[in-house]
Design a protein around this ligand. Sequence first.
Ligand code: NOJ
Length: 726
Amino acid sequence: MEAKQMTDVRVTKLLEKMTLDEKIDQLMQLAAFFYDGASSDGEITGPMEDLGISKQTIHNSGSVLGGSGAKEVISIQKEHLKTNRLGIPLLIMADIIHGFKTIFPVPLAIGSSWDVRLAEKSAEIAALEASVAGVHVTFAPMVDLVRDPRWGRVMETTGEDPFLNGEFAKAFVRGFQGENVTNDTNRVAACVKHFAAYGAPEGGRDYNTVNMSERDLRENYLPAYKAALDAGAQMVMTAFNTVDGIPASGNEKLMRELLRDEWGFDGVVISDWGAIKEMIPHGIAADESEAAKKGLKAGVDIEMMTSTYVKNLQTLVEQGGISEELINESVRRILQLKEKLGLFENPYRGANEQLEEELVFSEEHRQIACELATKSSVLLKNKHVLPLDREQKVALIGPFAHNGDVLGPWSWAGSRENAVKVDEGIKTKIDPVNLIVAQGCDIDTGTEEQVAKAVQAASTADVIVLALGERSEMSGEAGCRADIRLPQVQLDLIKEMKKLTKPIAIVLFNGRPLDLHGVLDQADAVLEAWYPGSEAGTAIADLLYGDVNPSGKLPMSFPYSVGQVPVYYNHYNTGRPDINKSPAERYVSKYLDIPNEPLLPFGFGLSYTTFQYSDTKISSDTLTSDSEITISTHITNTGNVAGEEVVQLYVRDMVGEVVRPIKELKGYEKVHLNPGEKKEVTFILTEEQLRYFHADLSFTSDPGKFTVFVGPNSVDGAELTFELIN
Ligand code: NOJ
């Protein structure tokens, strides 16, 4: 018998034996601390409710959220199998977002690397560490497209571009799951989230309403989820928000018609934490029973951390509110995933205390975390300050000078204590007598004494390095800010330092694009480090001393001020674009007090060397549906050090049936060049890449003129044109 048939046989037999109660309990997911065998209180990432469920329900439940380490997970599973009548093992799921114990840069930083190979490697390592610690499924990748830096969760995404997000989505899924997650116990199943459009909450406030046209949804927000599913992601998590007026977790059009029927996804769908019950405050369910009915009918198989399913589905079936077949469908999918992951044969799967000891946070993993951290930092400004000279006396000042809060949100298994701090990194580069460290202030408070010490330290130095930023709790889930500047006390510290008239380099640790007024204009150099992870200090020191040349490019625009938000590169033109930029011209689409353009555009990032683009060409000025055109450019490293450049290709459809973005990223290539070296980069463009959703939502292209842009970011570069002929 074929393996798939055997799987189906076991699942079918189990389903036949299960009571309705047992089936319903499979649909519940609780945190690890509910289980016998768990060691302590686990991670709480949402509101805790009184669940009102019996011990028996827990014994019959299907999956667990969390669990910290092989020992605990093995003991939970062992205890569970003693009490579960049919011996159905638990699925262990956890948020392994950017590493398990070896913490990689946060996803927005990984997005800044434009390096999908390393992104995949980071997910592979995260999967290995998590799987030996007993995890079966990770709640990642999060592929929500974002345009609003007030939203704290932008740091969990790879930014504002649908194409780039899709590339990273695929890379993360490949890394987590490998070729075949079934056979590979060193990998974990991926759960793509948050379906759908969670990244567009009104006002950048978490859990808030999302409202957009179906065309916008399909064109910008859905492609990255689809890419993750095409790459084989086994699970989908719902979003907290509404999609066209209906919360995603009860949205039949979204979850059943689109995800299951149109896209053919037949894996497990899990609600986000409490999202089924939240249909009540959303105002689309009068009570828990109605919420449960809507969730199940929408096709949500597992309810996370609330108990509306276990408390109501039985009665709903008895009273004919839902059919038992709907429950069977969900249970079948959950059992199939357990079967796929081999849990019936080996309920502990990869969990292995000894391997955990050996592999987790290994030297090899940390080296890759360091490499990715160097590639994820973005040099935003440099007026002849960086790289630093090893003979210079350095004053390292600021709340991140000696601070383990460099892992970023969602690094619950990582250790801040073991993270390399910035001062520790710098000490490996220079004679420690040439380094003087002062905190200057805390993240959002400070004393005169702290400032005085910093001034004293800085006055003896040749160069001031300021390590500034946001505490990691200022971003991440529920970490939204209406004012996205650095806290005032840090801006004041910059001013104090400026008075000393010494060169200043600022290194930023933060989870979102900030309004950099008071930073970019004051400093001679600015390096955006985001949250670099476990190897932060080593990576930052490598960059500051030029052992590695910065090569990151922004995956999200940095607004001029919060008043511009949302500001993103691939916007529409409007009927009154501000072409002349003339104060005398009033009736155009603009602000009176600030520019339309962001302070730093998508795709922007500097290097210690310079690159020159030349001879940018297009192979033909016409394209047909059965041909392709080649766009090529030459790029030369015109500076003195080796470096990497991300060459970017954008396209604009000049006349569409519906309005089109002024630019859309269609390709990119990261090239390494030694000083004086010249390389050719080519991109291929086909008609298929020019398709978009029309007024009737058909996915086609428009014949007519297109402009192509090739350059170092979304603003600068050479322009070429061609015509699409049908
Ligand atoms: C809520 C978050 O929105 C989601 O991303 C996460 O996976 C779950 N909590 C579980 O921790």
